[in-house]
Design a binder for this molecule. Structure first.
Ligand SMILES: [Zn+2]
Length: 369
């Protein structure tokens, strides 16, 4: 329990007000409502929603609700192959048990966690996993049904250490075929997370080119994963834009990891019209990222910011004393408010930007599966 539950109640009420849910909602200055293309929908795992349906809370554009039991262990081992110090900080135990992601197969537990997030102002969660990360679409469906939380499922291929072995032998067009088949047979609502693990590899370049082509066939937006610190971010954008994707359909991810008070790369990407992800929020990295976000808002780029927390390990959930799935709102959002970010700015970033990003006009009928 917080030392002073009374003050915590106030801050929670304030955050709900900022999201348009609480008693303070009427005090919120009316910001211009975001405009969506005619026929645009947000494809959740259970049904297609008009983007207006998610106006009542934050949409978290990059989280994980379903991963293979050994996902985090593989992730850390592969991170150490790049950087021997990876995963040795306080946030992650140095030696993870092989099954540390097993909690993501526990429907009762995950339902409680997601319901708690709804209470704290979250209206929709995007799951950034796909088959090569051990994500189960069936689990996401059950979780959405049980919790009532709209969930958007990602599609695609993750990054070099996680690719199925066929990726290196498939041609670019064969990968496009696989991606389009995913979009036409499964209710995925976005391509993501699409990654380069370290400096981008030839296979990863091929997948990025294929994702750009698959976007043109499906209209699904794209969010990416960059290796720490924001490695190959510009090249990711170059490949996607070069493949005909409009920058406002792209989030270049994990750019909070690229700590730079001048936010040079971040500004350059915003200037080109893409979104940038501050998407591992609500933790120890926040302190260095608050001034970066202030600088970007000051420079006029609030419309390009996307916030999330990329939850992927057991120590982050409420049951284990972590901030839970709403921590982007309750912890990170609160820090921004305290640093002087205006309520209407925060509201537009948490509620409107992700809907503008996710909303798309489908080229084909929703898959019946
Ligand atoms: Zn992720």
């Amino acid at each position: 329990m917080p030392k002073d539950p009374h003050s915590w109640q106030y801050s929670r009420r304030d955050m709900l007000g900022i999201l348009g849910l609480g008693v303070a909602a009427s005090a919120l200055p009316a910001a211009a409502a975001p405009q969506f293309p005619k026929g645009a929908i947000i494809r959740t795992i259970l049904k297609d929603l008009p983007p207006e349906a998610l106006a009542g809370g934050a949409t978290l554009f990059h989280e994980h609700l379903s991963l293979a039991p050994d996902f985090m262990r593989r992730w850390i081992l592969n991170s150490r192959a790049v950087n021997p110090q990876a995963g040795r900080g306080n946030a992650t135990p140095p030696e993870l048990p092989a099954q540390s992601n097993l909690f993501m197969s526990d429907l009762d537990l995950m339902t409680d966690e997601v319901k708690a997030a709804a209470q704290e102002g979250v209206a929709c969660i995007v799951d950034g996993g796909h088959a090569d990360m051990g994500r189960s679409l069936d689990f996401l469906k059950q979780l959405s049904e049980r919790s009532g939380m709209p969930i958007v499922a990602g599609g695609g291929f993750y990054s070099q250490p996680f690719y199925p072995p066929e990726i290196s032998t498939w041609s670019e067009d064969q990968i496009v075929e696989q991606l389009v088949r995913q979009a036409n047979t499964e209710p995925i609502g976005v391509f993501g997370e699409i990654g380069s693990w370290d400096v981008i590899t030839d296979d990863e370049r091929k997948v990025f080119r294929a994702v750009a082509k698959a976007h043109r066939e499906t209209n699904l937006s794209i969010f990416t994963h960059t290796g720490i610190p924001g490695k190959s971010a510009m090249e990711q954008l170059d490949i996607l834009e070069g493949g005909g994707v409009k920058p406002d359909r792209i989030v270049i991810g994990h750019l909070g990891n690229l700590v730079d008070p001048d936010v040079k790369v971040q500004k350059e990407i915003c200037k080109r019209g893409a979104f940038i992800g501050f998407d591992r929020q609500g933790g120890p990295g926040d302190a260095r990222q608050v001034p970066m976000v202030l600088a970007l808002i000051e420079a006029g780029y609030a419309g390009n910011l996307m916030f999330s927390s990329d939850i992927s390990s057991a120590n982050q959930i409420k049951k284990n004393g972590g901030g839970g799935y709403a921590k982007t709102v309750t912890i990170w959002g609160k820090k921004l408010t305290e640093a002087g970010v205006k309520d209407e700015t925060l509201h537009s970033i948490l509620v409107d930007n992700p809907r503008r990003f996710l909303a798309f006009v489908p080229k084909k009928k929703r898959p019946s599966a």
